[in-house]
Design a protein around this ligand. Structure first.
Ligand code: ZN
Length: 319
């Protein structure tokens, strides 16, 4: 029995690393984004919705393998002053000239990285390269979703500076897992063409940065009012007992945020579908019934396996 419990504990940890929007939310975000696309794109995306969902989390897995991966997921924008951060140039070359590439890498590059991904995806559409389109779409979705998480635009990203460790996973994993399927509305409409993707994503990042203050302050305020023994609960999951923010505390926090997590999730979905659509339009609206390179090569399949292995080994080591 003891060994079974240990095994389950490893499994559970492996399923829930605490990086970005939890794996649950990343998968959900990409899978819903598919349904905002026009029929000409849906014809390719819908039959591959499972791939886009499953590979929504590849960039997080890659963080174990590639050192330069981590800064692509966030920006500690408060390092550059105060909102609206006038000292930080929005264009990459100007930002490098002002702060150096090393500094930018140290504090995170998510708004620029998304624009790099958009260019790559546009090229993939021009080539009508199906494998590339799907892979880049799944991963672009990941980074866009991360840019919408307030604590991904804040140096106090896990409340480590204010005695609120754990708030990162609380906001982006616990709350959506508890409420997304039961209470939230994901009817979002249609993807839009984005004329200026740079401005669009910077606006999303600035909204995240502004929201980070409330994310932290409201949790602190609620913790002060909430009886300590009711803040956390011990709940059974897959046969083992785990400690987590209680349902009552989670719901109270969500109420205090006035639906912020749901709103950011919806905005992520809209932004992702719109970036996919924009890449396709900018590539000249290629006919996606006539794609080439439809099968993953053995090397690409091996790469997916390597990602999975690195991720599993690492989470088990941490156990
Ligand atoms: Zn991430």
């Amino acid at each position: 029995m003891k060994s079974r419990v240990a095994f389950l504990s490893i499994f559970l940890l492996a399923a829930e690393p605490c990086f970005c929007w939890g794996f649950f939310a990343h998968r959900k975000i990409n899978s819903i984004a598919v349904y905002l696309l026009p029929p000409e794109m849906m014809i390719l995306y819908k039959p591959h919705a499972e791939f886009l969902t499953e590979h929504a989390i590849d960039p997080d897995k890659r963080r174990y393998l590639v050192p330069e991966e981590a800064p692509r997921h966030y920006i500690d924008i408060d390092h550059y002053g105060k909102h609206p951060f006038p000292d930080l140039p929005r264009k990459w070359n100007e930002a490098v000239a002002r702060f150096s590439e090393d500094t930018l890498m140290r504090y995170g590059i998510v708004p620029w990285w998304i624009q790099t991904m958009l260019k790559r995806l546009t090229e993939a559409f021009k080539e009508k390269n199906q494998v590339k389109i799907l892979k880049l779409s799944a991963e672009t979705g990941h980074y866009i979703a991360d840019a919408h998480v307030p604590l991904h635009a804040c140096s106090n990203h896990n409340g480590q500076l204010t005695g609120q460790r754990g708030i990162h996973g609380f906001w982006e994993s616990r709350i959506p897992e508890l409420l997304a399927d039961k209470e939230w509305d994901f009817f979002i409409g249609k993807a839009h063409y984005i004329k200026n993707p740079g401005d669009f994503i910077w606006q999303g990042v600035l909204e995240s940065a502004t929201a980070a203050d409330s994310v932290l302050a409201f949790e602190k305020d609620l913790s002060n009012k909430f009886p300590t023994d009711q803040k956390f609960s011990f709940e059974e999951r897959n046969g083992i007992i785990i400690r987590q923010y209680s349902t009552a505390f989670s719901k109270a926090y969500n109420k205090k945020l006035e639906g912020m997590v749901e709103r950011r999730m919806r905005q992520s979905i809209f932004a992702i579908a719109s970036f996919w659509y924009t890449a396709w339009v900018n590539a000249g609206q290629p006919d996606l019934t006539r794609t080439v390179n439809k099968e993953f090569t053995p090397e690409e399949i091996k790469e997916f396996e390597t990602l999975n292995k690195a991720w599993k080994n690492n989470t088990e080591e941490h156990d």
